[in-house]
Structure formats: C-alpha cells, structure tokens
Design a protein around this ligand. Structure first.
Ligand code: ATR
Length: 272
C-alpha cells in the first residue's frame, strides 16, 4: 500500500483524505492518504521524514505552497509559472513539484459547469498566490481576454507582466473594470474568508455570465451575492475546483483519472 498525505497548517478540516480515499476506492488503487499537520517552521523536516517513511507523494496547502516550490528539485511548467506547488511526487532523490490548482479550476468550469473558455472575456479578482496559481491554465484555454483586478493595482500589474509572454493581460484596481463586461468572473481574493464584499462596479457581468468563487463551504459569499444581484446567470463555489485539483494530483501519482461527478454531488449534499 503506497502512502500519500496532505500537509498544511491548519489541516484538521481538510477534505483531501476523504476525496482521495473515494478516488482510490473507485479506481481500485492500493493506497493510503492521510492529513499531516506540519509546524509553521517545520515543513521541510516534515517532508523529509515522510519521504524517509516511504511516502510516495503529497499535497501541500496553506501556508506551505511557496516552500514546496523551493523544495522541489524539478518543476512542471505550470508549477514554475504558478510560483507555488500543491502536489509533490517523490522518486529516489527527486522531489517533483506540480501545481494542479489551475487545471482543477479550468476543468471544473469547462467540464462540470459546461462553460467553454475559448473566446470568453475573463475577469480574475485578486493578485495573491491563489490568483497567480491559475493564470497560466486560464490563458491556455484560448480565452479572448483576461483582466486581473486587485485592491492593490500594482500587484495586478506585476502579475500581468509576468504572464505577458503568454497573452496580453489587462490589470488594475476594481474601479478600472468599469465599462467592461465579462463572461466569466472568478474571485481569487481571500475577501470571502472574512465575509467582506468587493467594490465591483455595476455592469461587469455579460448576459449569461458565470460567477465563480474559489472559496467553498461558506454558503453564498458576498461576492456570489453581488454577482447574483447584478444578474450573473450562474454562480459556483470552489468545491468543484477542490475535487478536480485532487483528481489531477491523483492522475499524476497513479496514472488513472478518477471519475469526479458522483463524489462532487455527494460532497454537495453533505453525504460524503
Ligand atoms: P492567497 O494565497 O489566498 O491568494 P494572498 O497571497 O495573501 O492569499 O492574497 C490575498 C488576495 O486577496 C490579494 O489579492 C488581496 O488584495 P491585496 O493584494 O490588495 O492585499 C486580496 N484581498 C484580501 N482581502 C481583501 C479585501 N477585504 N478586499 C479586497 N481584496 C482583498
């Protein structure tokens, strides 16, 4: 039985063990997946202990994704772009770092929610780690335009410049989005955590627009409430992204792609 774990701080409420146990059961993979609390200054040690104990791979969550990036001896292109790692695979002396967050988001939007990104105008809110992690996968979906808006405009501009070789990206503060409308609006700020609303100008949701909050388990966030009131046709939380980023990690480790639909439905109704 191969051993995997998710490392974070805090970690007690992580759904990853449940999700990977369900994937392992439905794909008949002999594996164990645990949640491990690492001390804030003890991530490197926790990983080397885990590798010494035979660990084959790990997921990494807050606050260790940047440290996992630095610890990796080899990076996937998307992890290099993200500047952060959420999935590690251990092989001999090698620590391979990947980032499946963006692929998980794109898969949730395009497959689960049935919203193709090709030709769409996308607005990404936030310019922190969560935002940076999903930009490259969003840009590879042939979207028509990407606008990054952030409370601190300079951080959005730096991100736009960092990805300018992939596609032209607009950036600015929230007010700068006024006069534009978007087909997909994604909240990657941490404002939903504290229940705060974002000062978005009216009229940014195009007819049929999808509003997507990367947060989950918080009910209707202030962002999704605002989106609904401003006429967004569809609203989604980040639970599907959570399940899909896990599926991408599972695929990397095991070479098998788990079916996610039934599990996602169970998580939504609170059965899983
Ligand atoms: P994460 O890893 O979740 O992205 P982060 O790197 O600390 O965390 O980034 C947090 C993001 O949420 C930033 O874009 C931050 O805006 P600033 O760059 O201006 O700080 C944004 N954010 C957090 N609280 C916010 C709030 N109340 N209103 C608007 N934006 C907020």
């Amino acid at each position: 039985t191969d051993l995997y774990a998710v490392f974070g701080n805090p970690i007690a409420h992580s759904k990853s063990p449940l999700i990977h146990a369900a994937f392992a059961a439905t794909t008949a993979q002999a594996m164990r997946y645990e949640a491990r609390l690492a001390a804030v200054d003890g991530f490197k040690q926790a990983i080397s202990d885990f590798v010494a104990a035979g660990g084959k791979g790990a997921n990494v969550t807050v606050p260790f994704k940047e440290e996992a990036f630095c610890l990796s001896t080899r990076l996937s292109e998307r992890a290099a772009r993200a500047g952060a790692v959420n999935t590690l695979a251990f092989e001999g002396d090698e620590i391979f770092g990947d980032n499946t967050d963006g692929a998980g988001l794109v898969r949730d939007i395009t497959v689960n929610l049935g919203c193709a990104l090709a030709g769409k105008r996308i607005l990404l809110l936030g310019a922190g780690g969560a935002s940076r992690g999903v930009i490259a996968p969003l840009l590879t979906g042939q979207s028509a335009a990407l606008f990054i808006a952030n409370r601190t405009a300079e951080k959005a501009q730096l991100l736009a410049e960092a990805f300018a070789d992939m596609a032209p990206v607009d950036a600015g503060n929230f007010a700068k989005t006024a006069g534009n409308c978007f087909d997909v609006v994604i909240n990657a700020t941490s404002a939903s955590l504290s229940g705060e609303a974002l000062p978005l100008p009216p009229g940014i949701f195009a007819p049929g627009a999808l509003a997507y909050d990367m947060m989950y388990g918080k009910g209707e966030t202030p962002f999704l409430q605002l989106a609904r009131e401003q006429g967004a046709a569809r609203c989604a939380d980040g639970l599907g992204m959570l399940v899909e980023q896990a599926a991408e990690a599972f695929f990397l480790w095991r070479g098998v792609r788990p079916i996610t639909g039934a599990l996602l439905a169970e998580l939504r109704t609170g059965l899983a």
